[in-house]
Design a protein around this ligand. Structure first.
Ligand code: FEO
Ligand code: CA
Ligand code: CA
Length: 627
C-alpha cells in the first residue's frame, strides 16, 4: 500500500478500489541465460563489462524508472502471469466470476485475493515440481461483490473472509515455464474460517477464552496475512498484520482498555465491517476474539489436512514477516517487524535445537523459547551512513519489570500485549518495520523501515536508525549480531541505504545515502529477499505519483543490491499504481516469482488487459489516492 499518511492498508479506498493481484514469473528469455550461467543473474551470462570488471554480483543492466502500464525488465528477461485471484484450485472447481456474483463457498475453492508474501517448497529430488504457499492479505469489495460496496449480509462477510488467508498451490515447470497445476491434491485454501489451534504459552489463557472456545486453544481463521517466513523444517509461516481492522463494535459507547487501544481497536473498525454481520468480530460481544489474532501461524504445505497453529511464543502484534536464522548452537531464531509507525523489531530464540535430520521433530519448536525486542543507540549521526550499536531486551514475565503490578499477570499476557511489554522496556520506536531477511552469506540481518511521516512527533525522536524527521522515503537497516551469532544480545547496526531523491534534494539526508542516484532512486522499501548467491532484492510500496518529492521515481519497482559494495540497480518496474510485494526463487535461480499488487489502485491501468477466462477486466474505476 502507499501509506505515507495512513500506515494501515485498509482504508476504504484501498479496501474497495483495488484490482486483481498477479504473479509474474520473470525468467531468463535468452537461451544463453538458460544454458550457460545456471543462475538468474549469472554474470557469466549477462554481465556487462563494468560489473564483470568490478566483480559485482549484479550481472544485468539497470533499467530506467517508468510510468508505463506494464512490466519493465532488463534486456534478456521476460515476465508472464502465473495465477490470479479467483482461479479455481481444484478440478471442476467454480470458475472465477468477474461479475462479483460468486458465492463465499466458491471463493473458498479459488485462489485468494491480494497476494503478498510467498514461499516456494521444492519437491525433494524433482527440480521441476514445487508447492507455493502464498498469502492473501485482504480483499477488494468493489470487485469482490456485484454491489461493489461493503458487506451487506453474512454471506458477503463469509466471502470476504474466504478471499483472505493463504493459498497453497502446486507448480510445475514444463518446457522451461513454471505453471500452476489446477487439481493438484496439494492445492488448498486456508481462510478466515479455517479451523486452527493455538500453540505456545498463551494457549489456554483466559484472555483467549470466548463463548465459542472455552478451552482457549482452538480458533477460527487467519486473515490480513501480510508477509511470510519459511522454516528449515519445511513449514510456512504466515503473518497476521492489520487484524484489528476486521473488528468493530455494535456499542457506540464502548470504551477500550489500554491493550485494545494499543492494537487500534475502535467502534467503527476500518470500514471492513465484518462485525456488522458476524458477531465473532463484534467487540461488544466477543472482546477476547481480538486477542486471538495478530499471531504468526505455522502451516505444513505438504499435508493438506494439517491444522495450522498460531505460535503464541512469537508475540502478538501487527506482524509483517518472519525471517529465520540459526544460532551457533543450532537453535531457531525468528526476526519479526511490527508494521505501524513507532512500533518495534523483535526476535525469538527457541529453547531447543533444530533437528535437521528429522523435520517432523521440529513441529513444536516455536512453542518454547524467549522473545526479545530491540533497542538501538543514537549512533554516530552520520547523515549519509549512520551506524551504532544495539541490544536485545528480554520479554519474559518476572524479568525487566514485566510483572502483575505492571499489568502482566503471566507470560501469556506479556505475549498477548507484546507492544505494551516492549514499551515498558523502552524499546526503540521505529519507522514502520516491514520485511526482515537474513543474508545467506554472512548472517547479517536487513530490515526495511518503509517511511514514517510522524517521525519527530508523537514521542518518536529523530535519530539513530530513524534519522529523518517526517520521513517520506524510508531506509534499510542492517545489523550484525555480536560474534556473528544470532543468539547474541548485542549487535552493531548501520543503514545499508537511506532512500531519497538526489534530483529534488541534492545531498544527504533527503537525497539519500551515497548508493542512491538519479538512476536507481526509489521510495518506501517494503519487501526484501535474498537469493542463494547473496543478492538483496528490494521491493517497493511507495508513492508512485512521479511528482514532487517523488519526481523521477516512476511506478513501484524491484531493485537488486550487492550487499558487499552497496551498489543498487533497478531490475523491474511494475504497472501503474501497483505495489510490488512477495518474492520467491526457483531452486535453479532461472526464475523468480514476484507479486504485483493492485495495479490501477488510483486508476490509469489496464494491466494485464485481460482476465484469464478471456473476458476484459471488470474494473478500472479510479478512486482517490491516499497521498
Ligand atoms: Fe502488509 Fe506492512 O505490509
Ligand atoms: Ca508490506
Ligand atoms: Ca508497505
Amino acid at each position: 500500500m502507499n501509506l505515507l499518511e495512513e500506515n494501515q492498508p485498509t482504508d476504504l479506498e484501498q479496501m474497495v478500489g483495488l484490482s486483481r493481484r498477479r504473479f509474474i514469473g520473470a525468467g531468463a528469455l535468452c537461451g544463453a541465460a538458460l544454458f550457460l550461467g545456471g543462475n538468474l543473474l549469472s554474470r557469466s551470462v549477462l554481465a556487462d563489462s563494468v560489473s564483470a570488471a568490478s566483480g559485482s554480483l549484479l550481472g544485468f543492466t539497470g533499467i530506467p524508472s517508468s510510468t508505463a502500464d506494464g512490466i519493465s525488465l532488463p534486456p534478456g528477461y521476460k515476465a508472464s502471469v502465473l495465477i490470479s485471484w479467483g482461479q479455481p484450485l481444484h478440478a471442476g472447481g467454480p470458475a472465477f466470476d468477474p461479475s462479483g456474483k460468486g458465492t463465499a463457498k466458491a471463493q473458498e475453492l479459488q485462489f485468494g485475493d491480494n497476494n503478498d508474501g510467498m514461499s516456494l517448497f521444492p519437491f525433494p529430488g524433482d527440480e521441476n515440481r514445487a508447492l507455493m504457499a502464498i498469502n492473501n492479505e485482504y480483499t477488494n469489495y468493489r470487485y469482490l461483490f456485484d454491489h461493489g460496496g461493503a458487506p451487506a449480509n453474512a454471506e458477503d462477510v463469509h466471502k470476504a473472509q474466504a478471499a483472505e488467508g493463504v493459498s497453497v498451490i502446486e507448480v510445475r515447470r514444463k518446457d522451461g515455464q513454471w505453471q500452476f497445476v489446477q487439481g493438484s491434491k496439494y492445492n488448498r485454501r486456508i481462510h478466515g474460517n479455517t479451523p486452527m489451534r493455538f500453540g505456545g504459552p498463551a494457549t489456554g489463557d483466559a484472555w483467549l477464552r470466548t463463548a465459542a472456545d472455552n478451552s482457549a486453544s482452538k480458533v477460527l481463521g487467519t486473515f490480513q496475512n501480510c508477509a511470510n517466513g519459511k522454516t528449515p523444517w519445511g513449514t510456512y509461516l504466515t503473518c497476521e498484520e492489520n487484524f484489528t481492522d476486521c473488528f468493530g463494535s455494535s456499542d457506540p459507547q464502548q470504551a477500550f482498555d489500554a491493550g485494545q487501544k494499543r492494537y487500534g481497536a475502535s467502534v467503527a473498525g476500518k470500514e471492513v465491517n465484518w462485525h456488522q454481520h458476524d458477531p465473532r468480530f463484534d467487540l461488544a460481544k466477543n472482546p477476547n476474539e481480538l486477542n486471538r489474532h495478530g499471531w504468526v501461524v505455522e502451516i505444513d504445505p505438504f499435508d493438506p489436512k494439517s491444522v495450522p497453529v498460531k505460535r503464541t511464543a512469537l508475540g502478538r502484534f501487527k506482524h509483517e514477516n518472519a525471517a529465520l536464522g540459526e544460532t551457533r548452537d543450532g537453535r531457531a531464531v525468528v526476526y519479526m517487524g511490527d508494521d505501524e509507525r513507532g512500533e518495534f523489531i523483535y526476535k525469538f530464540i527457541s529453547r531447543d535445537r533444530i533437528d535437521h535430520k528429522n523435520p517432523t521433530a521440529n513441529r513444536s519448536l516455536l512453542d518454547h523459547g524467549t522473545l526479545y525486542v530491540a533497542r538501538f543507540d543514537e549512533g554516530d549521526g552520520n547523515p549519509g551512513h549512520p551506524k551504532g550499536k544495539g541490544q536485545w531486551l528480554e520479554l519474559t514475565h518476572g524479568k525487566n519489570g514485566l510483572n502483575a503490578a505492571a499489568g502482566f499477570a503471566n507470560q501469556a499476557q506479556v505475549l498477548i500485549h507484546a507492544r505494551l511489554a516492549a514499551s515498558l522496556l523502552k524499546a526503540t520506536r521505529m519507522d514502520r518495520p516491514e520485511w526482515i531477511v537474513v543474508s545467506p552469506k554472512d548472517g547479517q540481518v536487513y530490515c526495511t523501515l518503509t517511511n514514517n511521516v510522524k517521525r519527530g512527533e508523537e514521542g518518536q525522536p529523530v535519530g539513530g536508525p530513524n534519522p529523518r524527521e517526517k520521513n517520506v522515503y524510508g531506509q534499510i537497516l542492517r545489523w550484525r549480531e555480536s560474534a556473528d551469532d544470532h543468539a547474541a544480545m548485542e549487535f552493531d547496526w548501520d543503514l545499508f541505504v537511506v532512500a531519497g531523491n538526489p534530483q529534488v534534494h541534492p545531498g544527504a539526508p533527503k537525497g539519500g545515502s551515497d548508493n542512491v542516484t538519479a538512476q536507481n532512486m526509489f521510495n518506501s522499501p517494503d519487501g526484501l529477499g535474498f537469493d542463494p548467491d547473496g543478492r538483496l532484492w528490494i521491493l517497493t510500496d511507495g508513492d508512485y505519483s512521479n511528482a514532487g518529492d517523488f519526481a523521477g521515481m516512476g511506478n513501484n519497482q524491484m531493485l537488486c543490491a550487492d550487499p558487499a559494495t552497496g551498489e543498487i540497480r533497478r531490475f523491474m518496474v511494475g504497472p501503474v499504481a501497483c505495489e510490488v510485494t512477495g518474492i520467491a526463487f526457483a531452486p535453479d535461480q532461472k526464475t523468480l516469482f514476484v507479486g504485483i499488487q493492485h495495479p490501477g489502485e488510483t486508476g490509469g491501468s489496464t494491466f494485464p488487459e485481460h482476465l484469464p477466462n478471456g473476458k476484459p477486466r471488470s474494473h478500472r474505476t479510479p478512486h482517490n489516492s491516499l497521498i
